[in-house]
Design a protein around this ligand. Structure first.
Ligand code: HEM
Length: 248
């Protein structure tokens, strides 16, 4: 079971993500969008999205620092383990809470708002639901486990496991004694990676590289537009405010 969960399953999930994302990008490009539901409900989307995305930016930063940078580099830089965990717990904990609150708002909005719910697909609920569970478990580990049981040194187990996974010589035995909350957190995270090509999460791969060169969007005032159209019809020059022209 250890060999499957921490050896085969992550590669399976990452392969589905890679192949699925390429398939969508190359063969189904019209479906490549975040499909915003802003036109259905704006206020909670703004709060939920801001909290979620800003929080996640810091959480991702924390994962890079905690998983991809070896513990030895911190020691070589003279950063004691206690200081590392204190900072990681405080910033990670806060960022984790902000991300959690944002994902909760987005989930409640999608389930609770009638119009948004009616315009949501199964994939939308699946993506948000899996993300919410993954984030909740991450916070339970960082805020709960670390402060109740004591700081867990994941840089000695999960860190090397993640780096060896990425360099294709994974050691599943590194994960055997990892706290169960963290194990489930990571398994759910790989589930999120696996379903991402079939959901609106594909937008994370959209880098607006062409944005600076896009054709300028023309905005024009609706009233002026209607004025001109009316004038063309009446062949009357356009002057004064709209009110006066309505025969007042
Ligand atoms: C969808 C992907 C993921 C999301 C949304 C996510 C989210 C979170 C959040 C919100 C936290 C708590 C705040 C923090 O400490 O930063 C956390 C902690 C953590 N996550 Fe993740 N995570 C994801 C993927 C992963 C993966 C793939 C791994 C390992 C390979 C991982 C390992 C950890 C570890 C070790 C902690 C810290 C636990 C501690 O402080 O003791 N996460 N994650």
């Amino acid at each position: 079971m250890t060999q499957f969960l921490w050896g085969a399953f992550p590669y399976l999930a990452l392969s589905v993500m890679g192949v699925g994302t390429l398939y969508r990008l190359v063969l189904r490009p019209v479906t490549w969008s975040a499909k915003s539901s802003e036109w259905l409900e704006k206020r909670w989307l703004r709060w939920g999205s801001l909290l979620f995305h800003w929080g996640l930016l810091f959480v991702i930063g924390g994962h890079v620092m905690g998983l991809l940078i070896p513990m030895a580099w911190y020691q070589a830089a003279g950063i004691p383990t206690e200081v590392y965990h204190l900072v990681a717990d405080m910033i990670g904990g806060l960022a984790g809470l902000v991300t959690w609150l944002g994902s909760l708002i987005l989930l409640v909005r999608r389930v609770g708002n009638r119009r948004v719910r009616a315009n949501s697909s199964f994939a939308d609920f699946l993506a948000l639901g899996l993300l919410f569970v993954t984030i909740t478990l991450g916070d339970m580990e960082t805020i709960g486990y670390n402060n109740i049981v004591g700081p867990y040194e994941y840089r000695a187990t999960v860190g090397p496991w993640a780096r060896e996974l990425l360099t294709l010589h994974v050691n599943p035995n590194l994960m055997v004694h990892v706290p169960i909350i963290l194990q489930i957190h990571i398994l759910f995270a790989f589930l999120v990676f696996a379903v991402s090509p079939f959901t609106r999460l594909v937008h994370v791969w959209s880098f607006p590289v062409r944005y600076p060169w896009r054709a300028p969007m023309q905005y024009r005032s609706r009233t002026r537009y209607l004025e001109r159209r009316a004038a063309r019809r009446e062949d009357v020059p356009v002057t004064g405010t709209p009110e006066t022209r309505r025969g007042d």
